[in-house]
Ligand binder design. Structure first.
Ligand SMILES: [Zn+2]
Length: 336
C-alpha cells in the first residue's frame, strides 16, 4: 500500500530520540491564547536510550482523569537510568496534559477526547495536533506501545490489559504474549466495532505492537489498579528483553476473556442514582438484576431495576453514583 506523505508536525522539542543517555524535557504544542499569542503547552517526556534494541513507547494520561498510569510512569521516568535499559524507552506520563492537569477525561482547551482524535491532523485543534505528533513522529520509531488507561471518574474495572482481535495470527500471538507477561487479572480481547480513531487502532494499522489497559478507576487512585500498573510495566519491559530480570507475570494467572456482544453492556434507561448489586469480578446470570436506579427527587417512586443482558463476570461498574440516560452501569466479560 502506498503511504501518503505525512504532513509536518507543529509540535517542537529539544528532545533528540537518537541521542544516547537519559533526557528529561518537554514537547511544546502551540496553543495561542488571548493573553499569549506564541504560547505552548509543555508536555513532560523522558527518553532513555541505551543503543541497539527495541523502542517502547509508554503513555499514560491519554484520559486526564485516569491517574494510575500517570503516577506509575512518572515514577519510572524518575527511577530508570540508561544502564538499566536495553534499547530505548520513551515515557510520557501525562500525554493529554491539559486534561491531566484539569483531572478530566477531555481537555478543557477543545473539549476533545484524545483517544478519539487519532491518527490526528496538524490543522486541527490541540488534541488533533498532539495525536498527529504521536502518529507521525513517535510511531515510526516505536516497536511496542503500552497506552495505559483506567476507569477514571465514570468507571471502575477489574485491573486488565486490553487488545483487539487482529487479522495477523503472528501479531496476535505477540500481542497476547506481551499482555500475559504484563500479568493483570484479566486480558480482555475485544472485536471492536467503532475503534477507528483510537491510539491502539492507529498503532495496529502501522504495525506497532500495542496493548492498552483498564487498571482501576472509580474516580480515585485505585490501590490494586496502581499495583497492577507498576508491576505490569516492569514485567512488560522484562518480557521485551529491555530490563534485567524475569517477568513475574505467571503468578497472577491472567485469564483471557472477551466482551462477546453489546448484551454485555447494561445501560441506564433514564437518569438516576445507581445502586450496584454486585462487586467487581462477581459471576452473574443473564436476566439477573444488576442494580437499581433510585429517584432522589421522588422518594415515593419505586426504583427501576437494571438487568444483565448476558451471563459473565462483572468487569466494569459505574465509578460514581449519579447516572445519565445511556450511561453504562455494568460491563461483563466471558471466557474468550
Ligand atoms: Zn481511558
Amino acid at each position: 500500500m502506498a503511504k501518503a506523505k505525512e504532513a509536518k508536525t507543529r509540535v517542537f522539542s529539544d528532545v533528540d530520540y537518537e541521542r544516547r543517555g537519559k533526557q528529561a524535557t518537554v514537547l511544546r504544542v502551540p496553543q495561542s491564547r488571548n493573553d499569549s499569542g506564541w504560547a505552548v503547552v509543555q508536555i513532560p517526556i523522558t527518553v532513555i536510550n541505551n543503543g541497539k534494541g527495541k523502542t517502547v513507547l509508554l503513555t499514560g494520561g491519554t484520559h486526564g482523569d485516569e491517574y494510575e498510569s500517570q503516577i506509575a510512569l512518572a515514577e519510572l521516568a524518575r527511577e530508570l537510568e540508561t544502564g538499566d535499559v536495553r534499547g530505548r524507552v520513551i515515557i510520557i506520563p501525562a500525554l493529554h496534559f491539559p486534561a491531566a492537569i484539569n483531572g478530566t477525561r477531555l481537555s478543557p482547551i477543545d473539549n476533545k477526547d484524545l483517544n478519539r482524535c487519532f491518527p490526528g491532523r496538524p490543522e486541527g485543534s490541540f488534541a488533533d495536533v498532539l495525536a498527529h505528533y504521536v502518529t507521525s513522529v513517535l510511531l515510526p520509531i516505536t516497536d511496542v506501545n503500552l497506552d495505559l488507561h483506567s476507569g477514571g471518574r465514570s468507571m471502575e474495572f477489574v485491573p486488565s490489559t486490553t487488545a483487539h482481535v487482529l487479522d495477523d495470527p503472528a501479531k496476535m500471538a505477540e500481542t497476547t504474549a506481551l499482555a500475559l507477561a504484563f500479568g493483570a487479572p484479566y486480558h480482555v480481547v475485544i472485536k471492536e466495532v467503532d475503534s477507528g480513531y483510537t491510539f491502539m487502532t492507529t498503532c495496529e494499522r502501522r504495525g506497532v505492537t500495542a496493548i492498552s489497559s483498564e487498571l482501576g478507576g472509580g474516580n480515585r487512585v485505585s490501590i490494586p489498579g496502581l499495583q497492577a500498573t507498576r508491576r505490569g510495566i516492569a514485567n512488560s519491559l522484562r518480557h521485551l528483553g529491555m530490563l534485567k530480570g524475569k517477568s513475574d507475570g505467571d503468578d497472577t494467572k491472567t485469564r483471557i476473556v472477551t466482551v462477546p456482544d453489546y448484551g454485555c453492556y447494561a445501560f441506564a434507561p433514564q437518569p438516576g442514582l445507581f445502586e450496584p448489586y454486585h462487586a467487581l469480578g462477581a459471576r452473574v446470570r443473564k436476566g439477573e438484576a444488576a442494580g437499581a436506579l433510585h429517584f432522589i427527587d421522588d422518594p415515593h417512586r419505586q426504583p427501576v431495576v437494571v438487568r444483565y443482558g448476558h451471563a459473565g463476570e462483572l468487569w466494569c461498574t459505574r465509578g460514581q453514583g449519579p447516572v445519565a440516560a445511556g450511561d453504562p452501569v455494568a460491563v461483563l466479560v466471558a471466557p474468550a
